[in-house]
Design a protein around this ligand. Structure first.
Ligand code: PEP
Ligand code: MN
Length: 264
Protein backbone atom coordinates (compact mmCIF):
# COMPACT_ATOMS: atom_id res chain seq x y z
CA UNK A 1 0.00 0.00 0.00
CA UNK A 2 1.17 3.52 -0.86
CA UNK A 3 0.77 4.84 2.70
CA UNK A 4 2.55 1.90 4.32
CA UNK A 5 6.03 1.93 5.75
CA UNK A 6 6.76 -1.30 3.91
CA UNK A 7 6.20 0.45 0.61
CA UNK A 8 8.20 3.53 1.63
CA UNK A 9 10.59 2.94 4.58
CA UNK A 10 11.74 6.57 5.11
CA UNK A 11 9.52 9.19 6.71
CA UNK A 12 7.80 11.33 4.12
CA UNK A 13 8.19 15.07 4.35
CA UNK A 14 5.23 17.03 2.98
CA UNK A 15 6.08 20.45 1.63
CA UNK A 16 3.25 22.95 1.91
CA UNK A 17 4.22 26.11 0.07
CA UNK A 18 7.75 25.88 1.46
CA UNK A 19 6.86 24.69 4.98
CA UNK A 20 8.05 21.15 5.60
CA UNK A 21 5.88 18.82 7.67
CA UNK A 22 7.59 15.72 9.01
CA UNK A 23 11.22 16.87 8.92
CA UNK A 24 11.68 16.76 12.70
CA UNK A 25 10.61 20.29 13.59
CA UNK A 26 6.99 20.37 14.77
CA UNK A 27 4.70 22.68 12.82
CA UNK A 28 1.77 24.53 14.36
CA UNK A 29 -1.55 25.23 12.66
CA UNK A 30 -3.67 27.61 14.71
CA UNK A 31 -6.63 29.89 14.34
CA UNK A 32 -10.34 30.07 14.92
CA UNK A 33 -12.70 27.16 14.43
CA UNK A 34 -14.65 29.21 11.90
CA UNK A 35 -13.90 32.31 9.88
CA UNK A 36 -16.56 34.63 11.33
CA UNK A 37 -15.60 38.03 9.90
CA UNK A 38 -12.61 39.76 8.38
CA UNK A 39 -11.88 41.52 11.68
CA UNK A 40 -12.06 38.33 13.75
CA UNK A 41 -9.85 36.42 11.32
CA UNK A 42 -7.21 39.15 11.01
CA UNK A 43 -7.06 39.53 14.79
CA UNK A 44 -6.65 35.78 15.20
CA UNK A 45 -4.05 35.64 12.42
CA UNK A 46 -1.95 38.36 14.04
CA UNK A 47 -2.02 36.56 17.40
CA UNK A 48 -1.13 33.24 15.81
CA UNK A 49 1.68 34.75 13.76
CA UNK A 50 3.17 36.66 16.70
CA UNK A 51 3.42 33.54 18.87
CA UNK A 52 5.11 31.53 16.12
CA UNK A 53 2.77 29.26 14.14
CA UNK A 54 3.41 28.37 10.49
CA UNK A 55 -0.22 27.89 9.45
CA UNK A 56 -3.46 29.75 9.92
CA UNK A 57 -6.49 27.49 10.22
CA UNK A 58 -10.13 28.53 10.00
CA UNK A 59 -13.20 26.95 8.49
CA UNK A 60 -15.14 28.67 5.73
CA UNK A 61 -17.29 25.56 5.16
CA UNK A 62 -18.32 24.23 8.55
CA UNK A 63 -19.65 20.69 9.05
CA UNK A 64 -22.05 21.49 11.90
CA UNK A 65 -24.09 18.92 13.81
CA UNK A 66 -27.20 21.11 13.58
CA UNK A 67 -28.39 22.81 10.39
CA UNK A 68 -29.43 25.79 12.54
CA UNK A 69 -25.86 26.45 13.72
CA UNK A 70 -23.56 28.88 11.90
CA UNK A 71 -22.58 27.17 8.64
CA UNK A 72 -19.58 29.30 7.67
CA UNK A 73 -18.95 32.24 5.31
CA UNK A 74 -18.07 29.93 2.40
CA UNK A 75 -16.27 31.68 -0.48
CA UNK A 76 -16.20 35.02 1.37
CA UNK A 77 -14.39 33.26 4.22
CA UNK A 78 -11.86 31.80 1.78
CA UNK A 79 -11.10 35.31 0.51
CA UNK A 80 -10.46 36.54 4.05
CA UNK A 81 -8.12 33.59 4.62
CA UNK A 82 -6.15 34.47 1.49
CA UNK A 83 -5.98 38.11 2.65
CA UNK A 84 -4.79 36.99 6.07
CA UNK A 85 -2.02 35.03 4.34
CA UNK A 86 -0.95 38.16 2.46
CA UNK A 87 -1.00 40.08 5.72
CA UNK A 88 0.98 37.61 7.85
CA UNK A 89 2.84 35.21 5.55
CA UNK A 90 1.15 32.28 7.31
CA UNK A 91 0.16 29.32 5.15
CA UNK A 92 -3.58 28.63 5.03
CA UNK A 93 -5.26 25.30 5.80
CA UNK A 94 -9.03 25.08 5.54
CA UNK A 95 -11.68 22.40 5.31
CA UNK A 96 -13.41 21.32 2.14
CA UNK A 97 -16.72 19.56 2.75
CA UNK A 98 -17.95 18.94 -0.79
CA UNK A 99 -16.55 18.04 -4.19
CA UNK A 100 -18.11 21.23 -5.64
CA UNK A 101 -16.11 23.44 -3.26
CA UNK A 102 -12.70 21.89 -4.08
CA UNK A 103 -12.01 24.29 -6.92
CA UNK A 104 -12.44 27.44 -4.81
CA UNK A 105 -10.58 26.01 -1.81
CA UNK A 106 -7.66 25.11 -4.09
CA UNK A 107 -7.68 28.67 -5.39
CA UNK A 108 -7.39 30.30 -1.95
CA UNK A 109 -5.72 27.78 0.40
CA UNK A 110 -2.30 26.13 0.61
CA UNK A 111 -3.60 22.90 2.13
CA UNK A 112 -7.03 21.25 2.01
CA UNK A 113 -8.46 19.75 5.17
CA UNK A 114 -10.72 16.73 5.01
CA UNK A 115 -12.67 16.73 8.27
CA UNK A 116 -13.45 13.84 10.58
CA UNK A 117 -17.02 13.64 9.28
CA UNK A 118 -15.79 13.17 5.73
CA UNK A 119 -12.95 10.75 6.36
CA UNK A 120 -14.84 8.01 4.57
CA UNK A 121 -16.47 10.21 1.94
CA UNK A 122 -14.74 8.24 -0.78
CA UNK A 123 -15.95 10.47 -3.62
CA UNK A 124 -14.43 13.50 -1.87
CA UNK A 125 -11.20 11.61 -1.12
CA UNK A 126 -10.76 10.66 -4.77
CA UNK A 127 -11.32 14.24 -5.90
CA UNK A 128 -8.91 15.80 -3.36
CA UNK A 129 -6.51 13.17 -4.64
CA UNK A 130 -6.60 14.97 -7.97
CA UNK A 131 -6.56 18.56 -6.67
CA UNK A 132 -2.80 19.16 -6.77
CA UNK A 133 -2.50 20.59 -3.23
CA UNK A 134 -1.44 18.85 0.01
CA UNK A 135 -4.22 17.36 2.12
CA UNK A 136 -4.69 17.23 5.88
CA UNK A 137 -6.74 14.11 6.60
CA UNK A 138 -8.43 14.06 9.99
CA UNK A 139 -9.29 10.79 11.67
CA UNK A 140 -12.98 9.89 11.56
CA UNK A 141 -15.10 10.15 14.70
CA UNK A 142 -15.19 6.38 15.02
CA UNK A 143 -12.50 5.27 12.60
CA UNK A 144 -9.92 2.62 13.33
CA UNK A 145 -6.33 3.35 12.40
CA UNK A 146 -6.63 0.89 9.55
CA UNK A 147 -9.71 2.67 8.15
CA UNK A 148 -7.94 6.00 8.48
CA UNK A 149 -4.86 4.77 6.60
CA UNK A 150 -7.14 3.35 3.91
CA UNK A 151 -8.71 6.80 3.56
CA UNK A 152 -5.18 8.19 2.99
CA UNK A 153 -4.72 5.41 0.45
CA UNK A 154 -7.72 6.70 -1.56
CA UNK A 155 -6.11 10.16 -1.83
CA UNK A 156 -2.68 8.78 -2.70
CA UNK A 157 -4.03 6.27 -5.17
CA UNK A 158 -5.75 9.13 -6.99
CA UNK A 159 -2.36 10.73 -7.55
CA UNK A 160 -1.68 12.90 -4.51
CA UNK A 161 1.24 11.71 -2.32
CA UNK A 162 1.11 14.83 -0.08
CA UNK A 163 -1.07 13.60 2.75
CA UNK A 164 -0.67 14.58 6.42
CA UNK A 165 -2.73 12.72 9.03
CA UNK A 166 -4.37 14.45 12.00
CA UNK A 167 -5.45 12.64 15.17
CA UNK A 168 -8.40 14.58 16.60
CA UNK A 169 -9.94 12.20 19.09
CA UNK A 170 -12.41 9.39 18.70
CA UNK A 171 -15.79 8.71 20.25
CA UNK A 172 -15.72 6.46 23.30
CA UNK A 173 -17.99 5.93 26.33
CA UNK A 174 -16.27 8.80 28.12
CA UNK A 175 -18.38 11.96 28.24
CA UNK A 176 -16.21 14.31 30.29
CA UNK A 177 -14.20 15.13 27.19
CA UNK A 178 -15.80 15.82 23.80
CA UNK A 179 -13.69 13.03 22.28
CA UNK A 180 -11.01 10.69 23.58
CA UNK A 181 -7.69 11.88 22.21
CA UNK A 182 -5.86 8.77 21.08
CA UNK A 183 -2.20 9.69 21.41
CA UNK A 184 -1.25 6.05 20.97
CA UNK A 185 -2.32 6.53 17.35
CA UNK A 186 0.78 8.67 16.84
CA UNK A 187 3.06 5.78 17.73
CA UNK A 188 0.95 3.31 15.76
CA UNK A 189 0.91 5.47 12.64
CA UNK A 190 4.66 6.08 12.89
CA UNK A 191 5.15 2.31 12.84
CA UNK A 192 2.63 1.52 10.11
CA UNK A 193 3.09 4.48 7.80
CA UNK A 194 5.65 6.95 6.48
CA UNK A 195 3.14 9.81 6.42
CA UNK A 196 3.51 12.75 8.81
CA UNK A 197 0.97 12.94 11.63
CA UNK A 198 -0.15 15.94 13.65
CA UNK A 199 -2.48 16.13 16.67
CA UNK A 200 -5.49 18.38 17.32
CA UNK A 201 -5.94 18.61 21.11
CA UNK A 202 -8.75 21.17 20.72
CA UNK A 203 -11.27 18.85 19.06
CA UNK A 204 -9.56 15.94 20.83
CA UNK A 205 -10.67 17.18 24.26
CA UNK A 206 -13.27 19.89 23.68
CA UNK A 207 -11.86 21.78 26.66
CA UNK A 208 -9.35 24.63 26.39
CA UNK A 209 -7.78 23.75 29.76
CA UNK A 210 -6.74 20.37 28.39
CA UNK A 211 -5.18 21.71 25.22
CA UNK A 212 -1.80 22.59 26.76
CA UNK A 213 -1.09 19.26 28.48
CA UNK A 214 -2.28 17.24 25.46
CA UNK A 215 -0.27 19.43 23.07
CA UNK A 216 2.86 18.77 25.12
CA UNK A 217 2.08 15.05 25.28
CA UNK A 218 1.55 14.92 21.51
CA UNK A 219 4.97 16.41 20.85
CA UNK A 220 6.53 14.02 23.37
CA UNK A 221 4.79 11.12 21.57
CA UNK A 222 6.47 12.09 18.31
CA UNK A 223 3.79 14.09 16.51
CA UNK A 224 5.00 16.21 13.60
CA UNK A 225 2.85 19.13 14.62
CA UNK A 226 -0.29 20.44 16.23
CA UNK A 227 -3.57 21.97 15.21
CA UNK A 228 -5.14 24.24 17.84
CA UNK A 229 -8.14 26.53 17.95
CA UNK A 230 -7.47 30.11 19.00
CA UNK A 231 -10.08 32.90 19.14
CA UNK A 232 -9.63 36.58 20.02
CA UNK A 233 -12.64 36.20 22.33
CA UNK A 234 -13.67 32.56 22.86
CA UNK A 235 -16.77 33.55 24.83
CA UNK A 236 -18.14 35.19 21.67
CA UNK A 237 -17.09 32.43 19.25
CA UNK A 238 -19.77 31.21 16.81
CA UNK A 239 -18.40 27.67 17.15
CA UNK A 240 -16.19 25.69 19.52
CA UNK A 241 -15.65 28.51 22.03
CA UNK A 242 -15.20 26.12 25.01
CA UNK A 243 -12.18 24.48 23.37
CA UNK A 244 -10.65 27.67 21.96
CA UNK A 245 -7.57 29.24 23.52
CA UNK A 246 -7.52 32.93 24.39
CA UNK A 247 -4.55 34.87 22.97
CA UNK A 248 -2.86 34.66 26.40
CA UNK A 249 -3.42 30.91 26.73
CA UNK A 250 -2.14 30.40 23.23
CA UNK A 251 1.08 32.31 23.94
CA UNK A 252 1.61 30.18 27.03
CA UNK A 253 1.14 26.94 25.08
CA UNK A 254 3.54 28.11 22.36
CA UNK A 255 6.20 29.12 24.88
CA UNK A 256 5.96 25.64 26.42
CA UNK A 257 6.17 23.89 23.05
CA UNK A 258 9.25 25.87 22.20
CA UNK A 259 10.91 24.79 25.47
CA UNK A 260 9.84 21.18 25.00
CA UNK A 261 11.24 21.06 21.47
CA UNK A 262 14.69 21.85 22.88
CA UNK A 263 14.66 18.41 24.54
CA UNK A 264 13.51 16.43 21.53
C1 PEP B 1 -12.18 21.50 12.30
O1 PEP B 1 -10.95 21.29 12.43
O2 PEP B 1 -12.63 22.61 12.03
C2 PEP B 1 -13.13 20.39 12.48
C3 PEP B 1 -14.41 20.51 12.15
O3 PEP B 1 -12.57 19.30 13.02
P1 PEP B 1 -13.03 17.77 12.94
O4 PEP B 1 -13.28 17.47 11.52
O5 PEP B 1 -11.84 17.07 13.52
O6 PEP B 1 -14.25 17.65 13.81
MN1 MN C 1 -13.84 23.47 15.59
Amino acid sequence: KLASREFHPQNSVVDVAGIKIGDGTPVVMAGPCAVESKEQLFEAADIVKAAGAQFLRGGAYKPRTSPYSFQGLEEEGLKYLAEARERTGLRVVTEVTTVEAIESVVKYADMLQVGARNMQNFGLLKEVGKCGKPVLLKRGLAATIDEWLNAAEYIMNAGNPNVVLCERGIRTYETYTRNTLDLSAVAAVKHLSHLPIIVDPSHGTGKWRMVKPMAFAAIAAGADGLMMEVHPNPAKALSDGPQSLTPENYQEVMAGIYKLSQFM
